[in-house]
Design a protein around this ligand. Structure first.
Ligand code: FES
Length: 122
């Protein structure tokens, strides 16, 4: 399997790993097919995501997808963050192998659900 350099970089040096106490939005999703799991914690002020942290138990692509997703959403409005797709996540890793596309789908799901959680809490 071929991983891009960018994917390897995010896997070896993941950005924004960890948790946020009392986040404004939180979600945890799992993939039934492979058993991998992702958690995301968001801080949101006036509809803008000011911070994001993640914890992922899973494959290299899942870790890289969550890492790049936190980078992509910090500073974005929740509307912009909801427009993010698994395709744009994969593009920001310079591509994912076909068998690993579901890892980026998981990252798209977790961000959508965390924003839903934020809206629900308000
Ligand atoms: Fe399932 Fe990567 S193999 S999330």
């Amino acid at each position: 399997m071929m991983y891009t350099q960018k994917l390897m970089d995010h896997f070896m040096n993941p950005r924004n790993v960890g948790i946020i106490e009392n986040p404004d939005g939180y979600a945890k999703v799992g993939s039934p097919s492979c058993g991998d799991m992702m958690e995301i914690f968001l801080m949101i002020k006036e509809n803008v995501i000011t911070d994001a942290k993640f914890r992922t138990f899973g494959c290299a692509s899942a870790i890289a997808s969550s890492s790049v997703t936190t980078e992509m959403v910090i500073g974005k409005t929740i509307k912009e963050a909801l427009e993010l797709t698994n395709k744009s996540i994969a593009e920001n890793l310079d591509g994912l192998p076909a068998s690993k596309l579901h890892c980026s789908v998981l990252a798209e799901e977790v961000i959508n659900e965390a924003i839903e959680d934020y809206r629900f809490r308000k």
